[in-house]
Ligand binder design. Structure first.
Ligand code: URA
Length: 437
């Protein structure tokens, strides 16, 4: 027995897997052991894959989720951002996290808006997961941008400019490994695994306040309102138990957000939002989340919409990108091959299904099918006509972009079933509910 692995002889991976496979709760020590042993390479990927599938199928109770989250936090460093909290305003560090959506580029404009309103935003962001995009994959389509910042640099950047968007890295390294494994093993859509993944990063990063965007609908990991609500409550409670002022919005993810889904195409759309334009749904949700962030941080003096009008949010974005090596004057990449989908007849665009568009973008190369695969920064889908828009026969409805032409047929086939010309859909509220501790 070594000091590093004091429990090495007490547990073994097959027994832990079988416990969960058979529907029993995992004990705290078993969770501590398996998360630590996997992070250190003593439990193999195939063993953790089997355990994740058992958790996916059997679930976890609240105690197990809290313990699994704590074990993931303990797998790495924990930042102390207390000195960044300004005198008289103890909640001034505030972050946001989405549970994953299609066309969900909200973080890109939201972080600089909230920075421009005076908050400090430590944004531990993620990569694409399943058919949903990742903030880091999107940001890395900006020439030179790096998200792999060491702890000292994150602290320095937060003190100097009030914001950083970074790979979790040394924060919750267990999540980094488990997240990448879930992405390629069909174990993403699991309440305990999502709650622990999101909250371990946020607890470890040391933010004082947190706003969660819990997605619900076809393009979300939680398809039904009841399970999304349960996920939101679980995360808000985990936040409260760990000293984070946390609240959540439940938001609609039956349709893609905005008019682009992919990596660089979403960055371009976010720049439109920061310039005062952009699609109405993206602007609406961004400003709602900004207002929540400012309120939970105790900074409700400034109207976030002003930062779009006066250019201060764009300035904050440029400052952040430059601080992280990015060059916004360089052209954003766009897939070398493109294909359009046109309307066969005139009418009105019916619904557009978020899952179909997300999967099409993933098939074009915007996401990963294997661990560690490089994403194509120029891959994605542009939506030219949105639900309720009129179309004439021959109008372009979607453009698909990829660097790999042979990916196009599968993406076209995926998209085909995801839209129609017909009855204009009823308007769904973008923000469905708000959950506070
Ligand atoms: N975001 C995360 O960080 N983890 C998840 O599991 C889903 C969304």
């Amino acid at each position: 027995v070594t000091a590093r692995h004091p429990m090495r002889h007490v547990f073994d991976a097959p027994s832990v897997i079988k416990t969960k496979r058979d529907g029993d709760a995992l004990s705290g020590p078993a969770i501590d052991w398996v998360v630590d042993a996997y992070t250190n390479g003593d439990v193999a990927d195939e063993q953790m894959s089997a355990l994740l599938m058992a958790i996916f199928l059997r679930g976890m109770d609240r105690d197990e989720i809290a313990h699994w989250t704590a074990a993931m936090v303990a797998s790495g460093d924990r930042f102390d951002l207390s000195e960044l909290r300004r005198a008289g305003n103890p909640l001034v560090t505030v972050d946001k996290h989405s549970t994953g959506g299609v066309g969900d580029k909200i973080t890109l404009a939201l972080v600089p808006i909230v920075m421009a309103c005076g908050a400090t935003v430590p944004q531990a962001a993620g990569r694409g997961l399943g058919h949903t995009g990742g903030t880091l994959d999107k940001l890395e389509s900006i020439s030179g941008f790096t998200a792999e910042l060491p702890k000292l640099r994150i602290h320095q950047q937060l003190s100097e400019i009030g914001g950083a968007m970074f790979a979790a890295g040394q924060l919750a390294p267990a999540d980094r490994k488990i997240y990448a494994l879930r992405d390629v093993t069909g174990t993403v859509e699991s309440l305990p695994l999502i709650a622990s993944s999101v909250m371990s990063k946020k607890i470890a990063e040391g933010t004082a306040a947190l706003v969660l965007d819990v997605k619900v609908g076809s393009g979300a990991f939680m398809k039904g309102l009841a399970e999304a609500r349960e996920l939101a409550h679980t995360m808000v409670d985990l936040g409260a138990a760990n000293g984070l002022a946390t609240r959540a919005l439940l938001t609609d993810m039956n349709r893609p957000l905005g008019a682009t889904v992919g990596n660089s195409v979403e960055v371009a759309e976010s720049l439109d939002v920061l310039a005062g334009g952009g699609p109405a749904d993206v602007v609406e949700l961004t400003l709602r989340l900004a207002a929540e962030m400012l309120e939970v941080a105790g900074l409700d003096g400034r109207d976030p919409a002003d930062t779009l009008r006066d250019g201060s949010a764009m300035d904050a974005f440029r400052e952040l990108v430059t601080a992280q090596g990015g060059d916004l004057s360089a052209p954003l990449p766009l897939g070398a091959h493109s294909e359009t989908v046109v309307a066969g007849r005139g009418g009105t665009i019916g619904d557009i299904d978020a899952m179909a568009v997300g999967l099409a973008a993933w098939r074009l190369g915007a996401g990963r099918a294997r661990q560690g695969e490089r994403v194509q920064h120029g891959a994605g889908v542009r939506i030219h006509r949105r639900p309720g828009d009129p179309v004439a026969a021959g109008d372009v409805v979607f453009t698909l972009y990829t660097d790999t032409a042979d990916r196009i047929p599968a993406a076209m086939a995926t998209l085909e079933s995801g839209w129609s010309i017909g009855e204009p859909p009823g308007r769904t509220a973008l923000v469905i509910d708000r959950i506070v501790a």
